[in-house]
Write a protein that binds this ligand. Structure first.
Ligand SMILES: Cc1cc2nc3c(=O)[nH]c(=O)nc-3n(C[C@H](O)[C@H](O)[C@H](O)COP(=O)(O)O)c2cc1C
Ligand SMILES: C=C(O[C@@H]1CC(C(=O)O)=C[C@@H](OP(=O)(O)O)[C@H]1O)C(=O)O
Length: 335
């Protein structure tokens, strides 16, 4: 099975299955001498971890990061960084039926027919649990881009909608990552009801990035927007990506779209223009529904726990492009 590596100069390989021994990541391209803080890394993992928030999966995992290499006396060494997280709370019997019963929209049928073998337990390699490895990579990417700030939030989840202004007015949007935190109790009830009914719902995650230097991205295949698309669409259950006004552009005239540079979301010609970046991703409703959802431990909505994953992928892509820009020495570096 190929395609386990992401990035060019800042790159990482993720490994592990949801019901195996452990999952983890090897991150390559992290500069030497950066301050490493295990508590900060753990905080990022905790934001995504299962079993913490009512109305998400009940699988309780400590998700403790074990750093195996690449860090010495609180600093990065510049060598490959390997981190693992052990699985401790698998309930593999929940998946017995799924050996042969395939869930529309999940990876069961396509993986089985492509490889002739799969670890069916917990979705195996295709579990949303794989994304803990991305969160670890994102932590190290963040060390590489200290001047860039990335905030992702749920802009739509079922009937709940929020805007960037709502985010700007909010202090701490945990645990649901929805900016109108006064709705948290309602959200909890809504998600618990979906769970009890074996139903699921999708929505949108929006991302606001500040402090991005001008000049990241190349004009043809390595456009910054193209790498965002690939990185974000590679997150399980993400079904679309857009930037700036995105899909709304289909309904607008040129004079309306070009009236504000902001409408292009900080990327023109595939290259960052030095302004804030605005991205949007859509997530489908969780594929495990009905009796399988009621019997098992699933997220009735993926969005609350996908927010830190989205932020991590954006960090990795920006760190990679920043390194590429420095290395190629082609064009102006505006840092
Ligand atoms: C954080 C996170 C949690 C997820 N939780 C579940 C879940 O509990 N049940 C489920 O069926 N899918 C869940 N998914 C979605 C599956 O992982 C995803 O559908 C699967 O990897 C197939 O990929 P695709 O949907 O992109 O085709 C989750 C995804 C993420 C990112
Ligand atoms: C364990 C996690 O989420 C899992 C993602 C997932 C899926 O199909 O993607 C299915 C469930 O797995 P299990 O049945 O083993 O509990 C979720 O709990 C996690 O994100 O860490």
């Amino acid at each position: 099975m190929r395609g386990n590596k992401f990035g060019k100069l800042f790159s990482f390989v993720t490994f592990g299955e949801s019901h195996g021994e452990a999952l983890g990541v090897v991150v390559d391209g992290v500069s030497a001498g950066l301050d490493f803080d295990l508590e900060d890394l753990q905080r990022e993992l905790d934001r995504r971890a299962p079993g913490r928030v009512a109305g998400t999966t009940n699988r309780k995992e400590a998700d403790r990061a074990e750093v195996l290499s690449g860090v010495f006396e609180g600093k990065t060494l510049g060598t490959p960084i390997a981190v693992i997280v052990r699985n401790t709370n698998q309930r593999s019997g929940d998946y017995d039926k799924l050996k042969t019963e395939y869930r529309p929209g999940h990876a069961d049928e396509t993986t089985q027919s492509k490889y002739g073998i799969r670890d069916h337990r917990g979705g195996g390699r295709s579990s949303g649990r794989e994304t803990l490895s991305r969160v670890i990579a994102g932590y190290f990417a963040g060390l590489m881009i200290p001047k860039i700030n990335i905030s992702a939030y749920i802009s739509k989840m079922g009937p709940f909608e929020a805007s960037l202004d709502d985010l700007k007015n909010a202090k701490n949007i945990a645990p649901y990552n929805f900016p109108l935190t006064e709705k948290n109790e309602e959200i909890k009830k809504y998600l618990l009801k979906l769970k009890a009914e074996g139903e699921s719902v999708g929505g949108r995650i929006s991302i606001h990035v500040t402090g991005v230097p001008k000049g990241l991205g190349e004009p043809a295949f390595d456009k910054l927007k193209a790498d965002f698309a690939k990185g974000l669409l590679s997150i399980g259950a993400c079904v679309s990506f857009s930037f700036g006004l995105g899909e709304e552009m289909a309904n607008l005239k040129g004079s309306e779209v070009s009236s504000k540079r902001e409408n292009f979301g900080g990327i023109e010609g595939g290259i960052s223009n030095g302004e804030d970046i605005f991205l949007t991703t859509t997530f489908k409703p969780t594929s495990t529904i009905g009796e399988k959802a009621k019997e098992g431990r699933h997220d009735p909505c993926i969005l609350p726990r996908a927010v830190p994953v989205v932020e991590a992928m954006v960090k990795c892509i920006l760190a990679d492009h920043l390194l590429r820009q420095r290395a190629y020495g082609d064009g102006v570096i505006d840092e």
